[in-house]
Write a protein that binds this ligand. Structure first.
Ligand code: ATP
Ligand code: MG
Length: 399
């Protein structure tokens, strides 16, 4: 599906000191962000954190209160939207129902009086593997196919920068996963810069080279997906990107390689390099899948942390894994994910268990431990998706 003429390079996007104030509300504060040319960048965050506002600023649909926007090194802060080398794909496809698929894709090129709109539209449709349906109308396509037409329509303009605002929000899970892989493939083939906005952490991690986690108009942490997941620096990132068991306690030992934190009288060891703070009261954590459940007290072993005994308060089976909630006196409720290697759960509700993990798998946060919640369940992405869909539909209706 590679088409040489589409292999045009993307452009760097640079935001410096961007602030956006609406009357009585600051949506973005002092945002600095550099997205290298040709990368797949995901902006991830909960509803209302400022993702769409950031995209609208880049597209020129909003004016920043302060700061500069550079695309390909050129300052476009005062440039009109249609003069920016940018295209946006919204969640709702908004295809013209009375036009064929081909005409939908060629429309923008015709309007801008660019040469060979039909040839270029066919090329873009080949890229999304829909050229064989070029003469159909949108109503004769499935939702996922319509989504791909919307993508072809954006790519045909060869924007140096493609902005995607929750473009897969309306698709069912399976189609969504399939489109995620296809989008990633297309991005690699065309070499354009993609800025993808989502509240779905799995989507951000699957697709992007770099993920920026946004909270209340600020970027809390940015990095490769594995890096963010393995070493979250704040409780917000630790809980927004998957789940975490978090503890707070006083540092009671500090060596060259490890520190130990007192958690309900038990010294919990964390590698020094994986902790942001090394003294005083700090917050530390471990991911639920890194923790093992044991039905008898383990022998003390260097390099492993053990808490318990605790009581299993909930067991929920989810196919590939089972989630256990374990209440450890003095510590609170912990989450353990166990892969289903055997038939049925390993232990039942009420069982007495110990939990244990490799000390190298823990992490220490930078947050003030006083404000770190002990355990925060994952944000409900479903309700966020519904809100998003309604907001975008309204936006498109008004446009
Ligand atoms: N025109 C506006 N006037 C006042 N406040 C606004 C305006 N547009 C957005 N906001 C506020 O700015 C904040 C960020 O909005 P934004 O649309 O960027 O959020 P988002 O991260 O895209 O959220 P979602 O995931 O729900 O789409 C919200 O609190 C929103 O209410
Ligand atoms: Mg939004």
């Amino acid at each position: 599906m590679a088409i040489a003429s589409f292999a045009e390079s993307g452009a760097d996007l640079q935001l410096t000191g961007i602030t956006k104030r609406f009357p009585g509300f600051t949506a973005i504060e002092e945002l600095d962000l550099t997205i290298p040319a040709g990368s797949f960048f995901a902006l991830l965050g909960p509803s209302g954190c400022g993702k769409t506002t950031t995209l609208r600023l880049v597209a020129g649909l909003e004016e920043p209160t302060a700061g500069q926007i550079l695309i390909g090194g050129k300052d476009v802060t005062s440039t009109k939207p249609f003069q920016r080398p940018v295209n946006t794909v919204f969640q709702s496809y908004a295809l013209f129902p009375h036009m064929t698929i081909l005409e939908n894709v060629a429309f923008g090129l015709r309007r801008r009086k660019l040469g060979d709109p039909v040839g270029k539209a066919h090329e873009a449709l080949k890229l999304v593997e829909l050229d064989h349906l070029a003469s159909r109308r949108p109503a004769q396509l499935s939702g996922g196919q319509q989504q791909r037409v919307a993508l072809a329509r954006a790519i045909v303009n060869r924007p140096a920068l493609l902005l995607l605002d929750e473009p897969l929000g309306a698709l069912d899970l399976k189609l969504r996963r399939q489109m995620q892989l296809e989008l990633k493939t297309i991005q690699t083939e065309v070499g354009l810069t993609f800025l993808h906005v989502t509240h779905d952490q799995e989507e951000a991690m699957t697709m992007a080279d770099t993920v920026a986690v946004m909270n209340k108009g600020k970027i809390e942490q940015m990095g490769a997906p594995e890096e963010l997941y393995e070493l979250p620096r704040t409780a917000f990132v630790a809980n927004f990107l998957g789940q975490s068991n978090l503890f707070t306690g006083e540092v009671v030992a500090s060596g060259p390689d490890h520190i130990a934190v007192d958690v309900a009288g038990v010294p919990i060891v964390v590698p020094r390099t994986r902790a942001q703070r090394h003294a005083g009261e700090i917050a530390i954590g471990v991911r639920p899948e890194k923790v093992s459940l044991l039905t008898s007290a383990p022998l003390p072993e260097s390099g492993r942390n053990v808490l318990g005994p605790g009581r299993v308060t909930d067991v929920s089976f989810s196919g590939v894994s089972t989630q256990y909630l374990v209440d450890v006196p003095g510590v609170g409720e912990l989450v353990v994910f166990a892969q289903n290697m055997v038939f049925g759960p390993v232990v039942q509700v009420g069982a007495s268990v110990w939990i244990s993990w490799n000390a190298d798998h823990g992490f220490g946060l930078d947050d003030d431990p006083g404000v770190v919640p002990r355990f925060v369940p994952d944000a409900s992405t479903e309700s966020i998706a519904i809100q998003r869909r309604i907001a975008l539909e309204e936006e498109l209706e008004q446009a």
